[in-house]
Design a protein around this ligand. Sequence first.
Ligand code: HEM
Length: 565
Amino acid sequence: MISADGITSTDMDRCINDFSAQSRTVGALASQSQIQIAMEFSSPELPALQLVLLLALIPLLCLRYLRQDPKHQPRAGGLKAYPLLGTLPHFLKNQHRFLEWTSGVMKRDPAHTVSVKALGLTGVAITANPANVEHIVKTNFANYPKGELAVSMLEDFLGHGIFNSDADQWLWQRKAASYEFGNRSLRNLIVDAVRFEVVERLLPLLERAARDGRTPDLQDVLERFAFDSICRVAFGEDPGCLAEESMASPAQSAEFMRAFNDAQSAIMARFMSPVKSLWRLKRLLGMEPERRMREALGTIHGYADRIVRDRRERDDAVAGNDDFLSRFAAGGEHSDESLRDVVTNFLLAGRDTTSSALTWFFWLVSAHPDVEDRIVREIRAVRDSRQESTGATFSFDELREMHYLHAAITESMRLYPPVAMDTHGCKQDDILPDGTFVGKGWLITYSAYAMARMEDIWGKDCEEFKPERWLGEDGTFRPESPFKYPVFHAGPRMCLGKEMAYIQMKSVIACVFERFSFRFAGGERWPGLVLSLTLRMEGGLPMQVNRRSQTINATAICSVRYYHN
Ligand code: HEM
């Protein structure tokens, strides 16, 4: 049988089975937080006792559910809410296309928010409403930390690094990192690192691909590029992932890349599970994806530990190293473990965000020759206007003159934000500006991906790729409110690497587009979305690489709508 919401009775049975299986881990405690704790510590050796406790608990939980304040009802977003389960069955049914499905639901809801709260499970609210975003990340910042639950799910991967800490633990790292990011020498370090990687590795790789008629996976190439660059800037290391030899015999670098992707997928599975502590049981029993996570963590931590060890030894011998890690390590007050957290957190920040942004950018532009034409004209105009401009790369000032390119990158990230969804915890019961209730201990997520697709935020053409929306009449870049465009987050925890990311991305695109053009070689299909901590492209980005001729022919403006169903 299929209900009005497309839920079959088999789906319902599965959900109810899921739910009752999960509920068996619940101890005899009535409050939600106590239930959470009971879930954490329940063990498979105690099934009989748990069953008895559960039977005793069910009437209590039902009573609690029935006496719920109507103002505290979850926001169903137009979905059918089932007794005790609420809207959970819809979420479970659509987990495999979570981004696209939640965007559709929030688009239909007048406030662009939906929440799910099944009896005994952690509540989750998801919003695409700029007023709510402002409230969460700025106005009521103190009530929406990362929170214990989210921190516990990320802890084995990111430790207590800047991305995974709150209060004082976050504040000292924020202060230290802000100081470093404000330092002018960092900008030079970035420009130098990008220049090396572009000239020595990226351009030769594309030259070989064009010559041999190969179609490299640009997503993989860009991840390697970003990884080499961030290691150079942040740790003074060169893993050489994009070097010709590594590409030819990829054993070690490929292992690290796979480990990083596996770890992100496992983290995502933890967040997506309706029972937020189920992963602990899976880890205990060696079930997937936790089994693979364990292996991935071994690889990642092994690598990070080696960097820290080398750095300690090198810094003992050579004073005045310029990179980020050396500066953190210089004071001598940080343990090896906290330096390892610095390494993993910066690898995540620096590798996966810019590579995701560039992957979607090159794909979008390959379908918009008119945009590509304007970008190339701008690059050539900047090159021609400067007598001293030589070599393969561009200076910081030259990149700054490229307003159209800046707008095209910004527009591409609007439609495909590298951090598509961002989750925080809720400390105390609260009402969001749109009237949605968020309970203590719930998770609250804003979806930058969904926000791009709301007509009342971006206009009727919101689903089209239009860099012009970011330009003023004089052709200069015009920024938007970060609450409407939270691609770099906003408020006190706003991204610290935004400027660094733009320098890197503009530099790569300008150098590459001056010499090459790409055509998507993945057929007619649209690439699928892989929702990880960052937004990846399913199956990679195979591109045909062509050397660019001096003349550029713009074809008709494509007006493609970017809405995955
Ligand atoms: C296109 C590129 C990038 C995008 C879209 C981006 C986006 C974001 C977002 C959404 C956050 C908030 C995450 C959260 O809530 O935990 C964030 C935080 C942060 N980003 Fe970026 N980022 C980018 C590049 C970078 C780069 C290259 C670096 C430097 C290595 C960097 C460093 C950071 C740091 C240190 C934070 C933590 C801020 C805090 O919690 O106080 N980001 N970024």
